[in-house]
Design a protein around this ligand. Structure first.
Ligand code: FES
Length: 275
């Protein structure tokens, strides 16, 4: 299978004209076309501050500490996973009964919630009603008492080049006629599939890979029922870092104590698999 060029919708694909955003605390200027080499204002500012710190250091150590503190760009993110309550699209707390009454394995609407950061969307799926007799997915919730269940949550950012839902979405049984995968969970006719280059993930097995080009599973959110309602409490130990982040906990603001489901509609309906 040959690698294809990522579509313009792919946020982490290379671009001939860099449009990336500098991290907080960093100022960078790009020289005009045909001009001098790229100018890194951060380095320039650091050298200036070091020079200033040296002068001030001769006069008093206290001020040096303040200047050096300024040299550290502020990190944006969290130090640990928050315990965050999931709310439905109408703002009401999600419960297992509510999810089972509204969503099932046949739900084609793309439903996402952000966690643990505001730029990290995740699918909420309910695999109840599957014809394979699957009852347990680790770190899901439902009727089991052992930390497993059929209500599960996976990152909605593709681990290949970062296409985001609804370009990557869940395909219910029958959505891709004739397309099945033979797995340890049975012959599956439902899966998560990315329309950008065809990566496919097993929704019934912690989003492990069914087809490339992605080689890592989707990160999985740990769901728990606390006082009768559904909460996100972290990512599973085997989850890779959310695509596009240096750490799942760094890069944007945390979601806080609640996060709501967003309805993204149907997304792409065509099924295009790598050949
Ligand atoms: S971004 Fe390439 S398959 Fe998803």
């Amino acid at each position: 299978m040959s690698e294809t060029t990522c579509s313009t919708d792919c946020p982490f694909a290379g671009s001939a004209t860099p449009t990336w955003r500098a991290p907080v605390g960093q100022v960078r200027a790009i020289a005009p076309t045909g001009g001098a080499e790229e100018v890194d204002e951060t380095k320039r500012n650091v050298l200036k501050l070091l020079a200033i710190a040296g002068v001030i250091g001769a006069a008093g150590g206290g001020l040096v500490g303040g200047a050096l503190q300024y040299l550290q760009p502020p990190s944006v993110g969290l130090k640990s996973y928050p315990t965050t309550q999931l709310l439905d699209t109408d703002g009401k707390p999600l419960t297992v009964a509510r999810v089972n009454s509204q969503y099932s394995i046949s739900t084609s609407t793309v439903l996402t919630f952000t966690y643990p950061l505001v730029d990290e969307p995740n699918f909420l799926l309910n695999l109840s009603g599957n014809s394979q007799g699957i009852t347990k997915v680790p770190y899901g919730i439902g009727d089991n008492e052992d930390g497993s269940g059929l209500i599960v949550a996976y990152s909605a950012i593709c681990q290949h080049l970062g296409c985001v839902a609804p370009l990557i979405r869940y395909y219910p049984p029958g959505t891709c006629p004739g397309k099945t995968f033979t797995t340890a969970q049975g012959i599956l006719d439902f899966f998560i599939h990315c329309s950008c280059h065809g990566s496919t993930y097993n929704a019934a097995d912690q989003a492990h890979n069914l087809t490339g080009p992605a080689i890592l599973p989707l990160p999985q959110v740990v769901l728990k029922v606390i006082d009768g309602t559904i909460w996100a409490t972290g990512m599973t130990p085997s989850s890779p870092v959310v695509k596009g982040h240096t750490s799942t906990l760094l890069g944007d603001s945390g979601v806080g104590t609640t996060t709501s489901l967003t309805n993204l509609g149907q997304g792409p309906t065509a099924c295009t698999f790598p050949t």
